[in-house]
Design a protein around this ligand. Structure first.
Ligand code: BG6
Ligand code: BG6
Ligand code: GLC
Ligand code: GLC
Length: 943
């Protein structure tokens, strides 16, 4: 009988097991493994959404790139001050990373002080918050005897969602947890901190890096464990970060390596993704928070809310009569009366029930032992749900890393911090167990961040400091190419002096070669002409009639640098081929010969080569008449004939061809393989022509004929004609050969050591110094010299000087143009470099692009300053306040480079403000111009 009673008693007790009713009541909070797997895959989808450019605007989980690209590698060092704001404590610290001998072996020393955060600041104005922060900082420096005069690098842990344009910038997306400070959302938090530091005064602080607490935690733990690639916070708030492959982060350019992404997983569910897991209690907690509708996942998980969830459950159960015999106290009705600390205490291993009783008694309740068991169980369910949700999130993160790396298993360490994880007795164990159960193939290690986030933040700052110092060195190298107004003025006046000197005497750096072209075309030129064009890497033959027919022939290097005879035989061979092709071999056509090298002309159809420039150096040509050389080569073949009526520099051909379209075109410029300019000069200014007897010899043949409208001037003696021509204000086109400026070392204050290297290794050292700063043939070489230097100094390509980099000529102008194109993403720049055999990171590509930019910008500015000297001279010679003039231009650098033409134009505008200069790109090259000159010569000869 007694036994029956005992069994009945036992069963009645079982039925009354208070945990059962709690289980039933909180059924929705007890998550099974299938549900966790479901949540995990939902989070995985959210992560993808947040990383992709198309969907990130709508993504609840922001997946913020942090600009932290590596976990600690042992090279970090330095002494830093650190701020830690946003967790449960506000702290200022001093962190020494491998600073003294003793700590050098991997050691970090830290001293910290926690400062109070007055309640009103949580919801006050941003300025007040940061004034408090910077006052605390100042107090700390004072207390630690850190000199106010010395610059102290600072690392800032700021535990809120921020978008980072760089490591030292962070735009606050929104406040959360217990902060709702006015006037900071959307602004740069670092800027606010810097301004506050300035206001406080008496300290010199250099804010190097601002990081999220998850990132700092990952770095802290990564210092001792190289497998640590995830940072996790379960504290006042909750969040995780991890190392993502750069190629998956659409917001950041680049595809190699990894970057830490701050998931901001607290916002998971803000778009309804967790609605079927949300209970009425979660809704109540959310409604009473500072940010309703936001941070839904965080409110189910983190320390700021766990106590509140427990209180709301207990209150509801009491109201329903399931606890305390239905008794409810005012304290139980009051927000915040159960804290997360209470939750932890209630679940303590031995004292849990005792603690529960005390807590409930403190709330003016009189709990029965069953009530205590029930309330403790409420706590357990709420905190278990929290750790389960974190496990689900973490499983998604680890799965993503595993997928990224194409691995089945994964060995990884998760660095963890936060009061919930640190103080709740059961939490870590439960979390670890679930993660390992859901990811049996992964070897996951959890490491508690003992020293808080500041150690990690300091490590990030140390890397930043190293990068800044490297950046400074790159900037210093590039600054050598910067031309301020003063330097541009210097170039302009040196050019002007050079032009004037060249007009007077023969032996000057700027040759100022008379072209014997007195007229730009008047539109009446007709006929069929052949034009030959030698000067770039190619030789062009063309037939100019109403239409233009042409063929391009390459000139092999061995011919460029062989004998003169071979070169001209080759040209004759090309012309022969062209005439064959056009079916014109039997006709003796008049021809214009564009020869893009300095020629001392004595008439329109004769000229001796002064010196080779660019890549040419065929022997036995300098000092010879190039027209005769071509004629002889044709004679040697004896299979066609040509009437070479004009020898023209490419600048002159370009000017003529453009002047056919625009009568205001009186300047011709080439920015291509070489750099040169010609313009219409007053005959009276070409003083050296007075003394030249060539004019005597030639005026009767060509010059005189060219000036048909000045027929009355045709006297018998050349000097009579010349005097009359001068008097009548006649002009002649002068090929300046401005590339020679600087041969007398007048550009030494502009020439960099890199330019000097290029010059020394060129075929004509000491010559064409201006051309070597401005033309396509040399810009790539200058770039290569800079890259070599930066690489040797360890600032590029990881310090590896490769054979490719040592190869002259790898950077042709077309590559510079491609690299500098604004339309190209960094990845494309990198692939161009790879084609060239330069294998670097995207960071390397940024530097290469900057080097190209600095070199080509200087080239365009130099040409602009030179051009300004020319147009101002023309304006002054004509006695005008304003000059409106057109410049015909050609050359690959001008036509193909994305910025050259714009910078050139801007510089001319700046340096010759009284001139309106229009640039007209030549449509058909200088060949058409040469044909036009041939036509003029022919017309006059026939008259
Ligand atoms: C601290 C870190 O240890 O943990 C902080 O130094 C971080 O940066 C905090 O915000 C998170 O935990 P809690 O519980 O203080 O919010
Ligand atoms: C061409 C002209 O269009 O441009 C040539 O016809 C000239 O005469 C050339 O030499 C200059 O450009 P590049 O880039 O080929 O040196
Ligand atoms: C909040 C913040 C997040 C931080 C986390 C932990 O979720 O938004 O940035 O990491 O709290 O402190
Ligand atoms: C070189 C030549 C010059 C030519 C220029 C552009 O500077 O010396 O004659 O005009 O290149 O091709």
């Amino acid at each position: 009988m007694l036994a029956v009673h005992l069994v009945a008693f036992f069963f009645s007790k079982l039925q009354e097991d208070p945990t059962k009713k709690v289980d039933r009541f909180l059924h929705a909070m007890r998550l099974q493994d299938e549900q966790l797997v479901d949540i995990s895959s939902r989070f995985l989808a959210e992560m993808k959404k947040g990383l992709s450019a198309e969907s990130l605007a709508a993504a609840a989980v922001k997946m913020l790139p942090t600009h932290v690209r590596s976990t600690p590698d042992g090279s970090e060092k330095g002494q830093f001050v650190a701020l830690d704001l946003g967790g449960s404590k506000f702290k200022v610290l001093r962190v020494k990373v491998r600073e003294d001998e003793e700590t050098n072996k991997g050691g970090v020393e830290m001293e910290e002080k926690t400062y109070p955060m007055p309640k009103e600041l949580y919801e006050g104005r941003a300025v007040e918050l940061f004034d408090h922060v910077s006052e605390s900082l100042k107090d700390f420096l004072h207390e630690k005897n850190m000199s106010p005069e010395k610059k102290h690098p600072l690392a800032f842990t700021f535990s809120f969602p921020c978008e980072h344009p760089g490591l030292d910038q962070g735009l606050l997306l929104s406040w959360c947890k217990n902060y709702k400070v006015r006037g900071l959302q959307g602004k740069d938090v670092v800027q606010f901190l810097r301004q506050a530091i300035d206001r406080t005064g008496d300290m010199d602080i250099d804010v190097l890096a601002m990081v999220n607490d998850t990132v700092a935690t990952m770095m802290t733990c990564g210092f001792d464990d190289q497998f640590c690639e995830v940072g996790l916070i379960i504290g006042t708030g909750t969040n995780a970060c991890y190392m993502e492959e750069l190629r998956h982060i659409d917001l950041v350019q680049g595809d190699e390596g990894r970057m830490c992404v701050n998931t901001e997983w607290g916002a998971f569910g803000d778009d309804g993704a967790l609605d079927d897991f949300i209970t009425d209690f979660d809704r109540d907690v959310d409604a009473a928070s500072l940010n309703p509708g936001k941070q839904i996942f965080e409110k189910m998980v983190s320390g700021l809310y766990l106590g509140e969830l427990v209180r709301l459950v207990v209150l509801k159960m009491a109201k329903l009569g399931l606890l305390f015999d239905g008794h409810v106290s005012d304290a139980l009705r009051t927000k915040g009366k159960i804290t997360t600390g209470d939750v932890a205490a209630m679940e303590e291993y031995r004292n849990g029930l005792k603690n529960t009783k005390e807590i409930l008694t403190r709330l003016h309740l009189t709990p029965s032992p069953d009530d205590c068991v029930a309330v403790q169980h409420v706590s357990t369910i709420v905190s278990f749900r929290s750790s389960n949700l974190v496990a689900a999130g973490l499983v998604a993160v680890l799965t993503r890393i595993r997928q990224n790396r194409n691995l089945r298993g994964l060995r990884i360490t998760v660095g963890v911090d936060g009061t919930v994880y640190k103080t709740h007795p059961q939490y870590p164990k439960r979390l670890h167990k679930v993660v390992r159960r859901l990811l049996p193939d992964c070897q996951v290690r959890f490491v508690l961040s003992e020293s808080g986030s500041s150690k990690g933040a300091a490590l990030v700052a140390a890397v930043a400091q190293r990068l800044i110092s490297q950046r400074r060195k790159v900037d210093e190298a590039l600054s050598l190419f910067t031309l301020n107004q003063e330097k541009l003025q210097l170039v302009k006046s040196r050019m002007r002096e050079g032009l004037e000197a060249g007009l007077k005497s023969k032996d000057c750096t700027i040759k100022m070669l008379p072209s014997f072209v007195y007229h730009t075309p008047n539109g009446t030129e007709r006929g069929k002409y052949l034009a030959l064009d030698l000067g770039g890497t190619n030789f062009r033959a063309m037939l100019v009639r109403s239409r233009l027919y042409h063929k391009i022939y390459t000139i092999p290097l061995e011919i460029m640098q062989g004998t003169g005879e071979e070169l001209f035989d080759h040209l004759a061979q090309c012309v022969c081929d062209f005439l064959d092709y056009m079916g014109l071999k039997k006709v003796r056509l008049p021809a214009g010969f564009t020869f893009s090298f300095p020629c001392q002309q004595s008439d329109i159809d004769t000229g001796t080569l002064v010196s080779w420039t660019k890549g040419f150096k065929a022997t036995d040509c300098e000092g010879e008449d190039v027209v005769s050389m071509l004629r002889e080569a044709i004679k040697r073949r004896n299979d066609f004939d040509l009437d070479i009526v004009a020898l023209v520099n490419d600048t002159v051909g370009t000017m003529m061809s453009c002047a056919y379209e625009d009568p205001k075109c009186e300047v011709g410029m080439i920015a291509g393989t070489g750099s040169n300019l010609c313009y219409m000069e007053e005959l009276r200014n070409i003083k050296k022509l007075d003394q030249s007897n060539s004019i005597l010899k030639t005026n009767k043949q060509t010059s005189e004929v060219l000036i048909s409208d000045k027929k009355d001037l045709s006297g018998s003696a050349g000097c009579v004609w010349h005097k009359a021509a001068v008097k009548s204000g006649l002009k002649m086109c002068v090929n300046t050969e401005w590339g020679g400026l600087g041969n007398d070392r007048c550009l030494e204050d502009i020439i960099t050591p890199y330019d000097a290297e290029v010059d020394i290794h060129s075929v004509n050292p000491g010559k064409q110094r201006f051309e070597k700063l401005t033309s396509g043939m040399y810009l790539g070489e200058i770039v290569r010299q800079v890259l070599l230097d930066l690489t040797r100094r360890g600032l590029l390509f990881k310090g590896h000087v490769t054979e490719t980099l040592k190869t002259p000529g790898i950077f042709e102008t077309k590559y510079l143009s491609q690299i500098e194109s604004d339309r190209l993403a960094l990845l494309q720049v990198r692939s161009i470099l790879q084609q060239l055999g330069l294998h670097g990171t995207c960071d390397d590509s940024i530097i290469v692009k900057e080097v190209c930019g600095a070199v080509s910008r200087r080239a365009a500015q130099m040409c602009g300053a030179g051009m300004a000297a020319v147009v101002d001279k023309i304006r002054e010679d004509r006695g005008l306040d304003r000059l409106s003039i057109t410049v015909g231009v050609d050359g690959a650098l001008y036509k193909l480079h994305p910025h050259f033409s714009q910078v050139l134009k801007e510089t001319v505008g700046l340096m010759a403000p009284q001139c309106d200069v229009t640039f007209l790109p030549s449509e058909e090259g200088s060949g058409k111009g040469a044909a036009l000159i041939a036509a003029v010569v022919q017309q006059k000869q026939e008259m």
